[in-house]
Design a binder for this molecule. Structure first.
Ligand SMILES: Nc1nc2c(c(=O)[nH]1)N[C@H]1C(S)=C(S)[C@@H](COP(=O)(O)O)O[C@H]1N2
Ligand SMILES: [Mo]
Length: 542
């Protein structure tokens, strides 16, 4: 009985040795990544790889369950997987020398494969996982050897010593306590194991956390962005009188950067130095070209107000925002590169490998202000929104147009190339659908009877909103008051006074665009090309 419990404790210590070795592996890899290839951090690369391969329904489930914390949840899940796998490696190594080392090496090999699938990998990207596997494997081999020596000493020494080494409850605290009696053969081997385990664990934490911190601190891009002084725009967006309605609970006309929705596949926000940033324009062009940040700025900046919308925005949702951007029209740069006949698409690429497919004619259209943006609401693009350069195209959902951390425009065809989301269940082409949203009152928040205001936002990018109508309890459509539009590429605000009577009421909103098209009632899901339908809310009036 006693030996069985003692055995269980050794298996547990074996698992612990595995976890310590995995920590050493990750820490050594982080250190090597800091030195030679920052993009090759195994945990982050595997995380990014997982983001790219999980099927869309699972992604949506993750977002609906964890919301903004989806990426933290992913890392926690990966951490758990590492703990489980390395525990198994530790026990395997205890059972059979090198068995666990092989498992660790396989893990590092998988991480290497994940790293090599990342965009922007350098030639030394294999070194971090290799260094990690060497360090982690060596530590595991040594720990298991010392653990076996301890176990053998414990089982061959006197019954008293055996009892001491393997005494009952098997907590690690027990293991550090002095044995009761006659354990002279056990003590040195136990000490040897525990010393190595503790030193390795401590070193892994110090080195791993240190390397990450240094990596973050020395990516001085934050400082560079702070110090960046961009030329003033040649032209400014004029905000007409009446552009903004004053209604409590109504979204502001211009969305502050801190409130602007963020959607991307980037596990860590790319940091791109504007000094080394280059934009390549290639593919089906007569004159391929490369542009520096300064050369882009030298073309002159103009201000544009454009409302950006995500294809994943549900009816009534918040994945839409309006900003004032400064930038350079994409058509001017394409004109320099001279697209050749037959091309019908521009594949824009981010430094992290994300791609978007935008119709060439949309980008060359003189009537459409597709831009390469460098500022957002008066400051350099925030890192999360694509610093230093992103694309913004009025009237197209973000996933087919709004590439952040932009680095390449390849003129091509829809037949030849496809973008990130196309094989993942979304249309290759995706104009934004007209929509209207009720911001106030809110379902689930009762209001007082009497004079109330129903208000919200509506957008029909590139065409413009003609009117918004509201129906209460499915009665007649009543026209709402509209804010003065900034242009046809931005949303407008609307409001309607309402004498609310006690009870519950349905309120429904719909928009009509400047072409006279009425927003369609029928609901559509976000995939493959965006949600549709009227928003209809049940409101309680007290
Ligand atoms: N590099 C990169 N750019 C990207 C994406 C991405 O995943 N990676 N997502 C796109 C999508 S789906 C949308 S809706 C917009 C969102 O831009 P925002 O995060 O600035 O609001 O960015 C687009 N640009
Ligand atoms: Mo999106």
């Amino acid at each position: 009985m006693r030996t069985r419990i003692a055995g269980a404790r050794f298996w547990l210590l074996g698992a612990g040795a595995g976890i310590v070795s995995a920590a050493v592996l990750l820490a050594a890899a982080e250190l090597m990544a800091l030195l030679v290839a920052r993009e090759a951090s195994p945990l982050l690369a595997v995380g990014s790889f997982v983001i790219d391969i999980v099927p869309q329904p699972l992604k949506e489930l993750a977002i609906s369950t964890f919301g903004e914390y989806d990426k933290i949840a992913l890392l926690a899940g990966l951490g758990l997987a590492v703990v489980v796998a390395s525990s198994i490696a530790g026990m395997l190594e205890l059972a059979k020398p090198f068995a666990g080392v092989v498992l660790l090496t396989v893990g590092a090999g998988l991480a290497t494969a994940a790293i090599l699938t990342r965009a922007g990998v350098t030639m030394f990207a294999f070194l971090p996982p290799l260094a990690g596997a060497a360090a982690g494997g060596a530590v595991l081999w040594l720990l298991a050897r010392r653990l076996r020596a301890w176990r053998d000493a414990a089982s061959t020494s006197s019954p008293g010593a055996g009892a001491a080494a393997g005494d009952g409850s098997s907590s690690t605290a027990d293991a550090t306590a002095e044995p009761a009696a006659g354990a002279s053969a056990v003590a040195p081997s136990r000490r040897a194991f525990l010393t190595l385990a503790l030193v390795s664990a401590a070193a892994a934490v110090v080195v791993g956390v240190g390397a990450r911190a240094v990596s973050a601190a020395t990516s001085s891009i934050a400082g560079i962005r702070e110090a960046l002084r961009l030329p003033a725009p040649r032209s400014k967006v004029s905000i007409p009188a009446g552009a903004e309605l004053d209604v409590p609970g109504l979204s502001p006309l211009i969305t502050p950067n801190s409130d602007f929705y963020r959607v991307d596949t980037a596990l860590t926000v790319p940091s791109v130095d504007p000094q080394t940033w280059r934009l390549t324009i290639d593919g089906m062009v007569e004159q391929p070209l490369e542009l520096t940040f300064q050369e882009l700025l030298d073309r002159g900046l103009d201000e544009y107000a454009i409302t950006l919308t995500c294809v994943s925005n549900e009816v009534g949702g918040g994945l839409v925002g309006n900003a004032i951007w400064t930038g350079v029209p994409v058509r001017d740069l394409l004109r320099l590169a001279k697209p050749t006949g037959g091309a019908d698409m521009v594949l824009s690429r981010s430094v992290d490998g994300f791609t978007a497919s935008t119709p060439l004619e949309t980008l060359t259209d003189d009537g459409r202000d597709a831009i390469l943006a460098v500022t957002m609401n008066g400051e350099p693009l925030p890192f999360e929104h694509g610093f230093p350069v992103r694309m913004v195209v009025p009237g197209l959902y973000g996933y087919v147009s709004a590439t952040k951390w932009l680095t390449q425009l390849t003129v091509t065809t829809f037949e030849k190339d496809e973008a990130y989301w196309t094989p993942r269940g979304y249309s290759a082409k995706a104009p934004i659908k007209m929509s209207s949203r009720i911001d106030t009152p809110r379902a689930g928040t009762p209001i007082d009877a009497g004079g109330a205001v129903i208000a919200g936002m509506a957008w029909a990018q590139t065409i413009g909103i003609d009117r918004v109508e509201v129906s209460i309890d499915d009665g007649d459509w009543q026209p709402a008051e509209l804010s003065t539009p900034l242009n046809d590429d931005t949303w407008v605000q609307w409001r309607l006074g309402w004498e609310a009577t006690p009870g519950t009421h349905y309120i429904t909103a719909r928009a009509v665009d400047n072409d006279g098209t009425v927003q369609i009632q029928e609901r559509a899901p976000i995939a493959p090309d965006g949600s549709a339908g009227w928003q209809r809310l049940l409101i309680t009036v007290r």
